[in-house]
Design a protein around this ligand. Structure first.
Ligand code: SF4
Length: 354
């Protein structure tokens, strides 16, 4: 009997680094993978020059073939609308450049500070509020960690450090461990929070080394994932979440409310239910940050508020994310309802979500 020969390498599971190296970076590759017509790529090259296309194939595999309006595709495909000049949409919509304390160290809120650990992301989300962040000058990447760490060590009010980027899980496990060790050596740092989309778009990132890092951390670690649509949460991602939970890490999710992606009560409801099934609690639903190139994702504040009202009428409170907007200089994320009230009454807004 003749059997097909299989090269041994085909039997080996793909590492996340291999998957990352094979990410799709051109509109044509994306169109070919999904069977889209070239018409679906109008403006993709021009918009991609400002912020290049990048998406792992495992995320593309969750998109509906042949559907140019697929909600996952809309999050990653550059479109001509990004080139429109909208007055309120700016390079630094949440005033981060004014919040810098050291290279790559931002403090916006009391007791917490955020480290820009790397400029790299596995996926480029078209609505990203840091799409124009000056990473070259302002990352606390490895050679410059010491300056940021010294600043943290000198401020005993900083009880929580948020690893952000870019995506901190773009760093190797060894770098994550060494950074966490350095943070844990600072007595007043009690918690470490990791803001990441990488396990979502690349579930293979949850590898043995990452799990070892989480299991052996001497500080509690909170993962805030970034999932916007229930179609992102497939069996592979749910399995990755189960592995993360088994390490004792706390799993939360933040979404961005995006027109044409998740501005629908059925979609938001299904997302919360699937998150809970995967052991992840919905935390924030962010109103879009008004970054240049993202105006076509905006949902009117009144509609956003109505959507979360409908969500609250369907789901238990712990499955309803807090609808917030980040306001430059505010002491905490601001509840959108408070902003609307303020707009109605013209009064000073004092209500905030932390
Ligand atoms: S993964 Fe996060 S930081 Fe990276 S592009 Fe997407 S939203 Fe921005």
């Amino acid at each position: 009997m003749i059997t097909a020969s299989v090269h041994p390498r085909q039997l080996e599971p793909r590492t996340w680094q291999q998957e990352l190296a094979e990410a799709i970076t051109t509109p044509e590759e994306l169109a070919a993978a999904l069977g889209l017509s070239r018409g679906a790529l109008a403006g993709a090259h021009a918009a991609g020059r400002h912020f290049p296309l990048r998406v792992p194939r495992s995320f593309v595999a969750r998109m509906r073939p042949g559907d140019p309006d697929d909600p996952l595709l809309r999050q990653v495909l550059p479109v001509a609308a990004e080139l429109a000049d909208e007055a309120e949409y700016v390079s630094d919509p949440v005033g981060e450049r004014g919040a810098l304390r050291a290279p790559g160290l931002l403090q916006k809120y009391r007791g917490r500070a955020l480290l820009i650990t790397t400029p790299a992301c596995a996926v480029h989300c078209r609505y990203c509020f840091r799409r124009e962040f000056p990473y070259a000058q302002q990352s606390a990447d490895a050679p410059r960690w010491s300056e940021a760490l010294a600043e943290i060590a000198a401020d005993a009010s900083l009880a929580e450090i948020i690893l952000s980027g870019g995506d901190p899980l773009s760093l190797s496990n060894a770098r994550l461990e060494s950074l966490t060790r350095a943070l844990a050596a600072i007595p007043h740092v009690r918690r470490i929070r990791v803001h990441t989309r990488q396990p979502v778009v690349l579930p293979s990132r949850v590898d043995d080394g990452l799990l070892h890092w989480l299991r052996t951390s001497t500080r509690p670690i909170v993962f805030v994932l970034h999932i916007n649509h229930p179609n992102e949460l497939d069996a592979e991602l749910a399995a990755a979440c189960a592995k993360l939970r088994a390490t004792g890490v706390t799993l939360l999710n933040q979404s961005v409310l995006l027109a044409g992606v998740n501005d629908d009560v059925e979609v938001l409801s299904e997302l919360s239910l699937r998150l809970f099934d995967a052991g992840v609690l919905p935390y924030y639903l962010h109103a879009l940050d008004r970054v240049r190139g993202a105006a076509h994702f905006a949902v009117a504040d009144e509609r956003a508020q109505a959507l979360t009202g409908e969500l609250a009428a369907r789901l238990p409170g712990y499955l309803v994310p807090r609808l917030v907007r980040e306001v430059a200089g505010a002491p905490a994320k601001v509840a959108l309802g408070a902003i609307l009230e303020q707009a109605k009454s013209g009064r000073q807004c004092g209500q905030a979500e932390t």
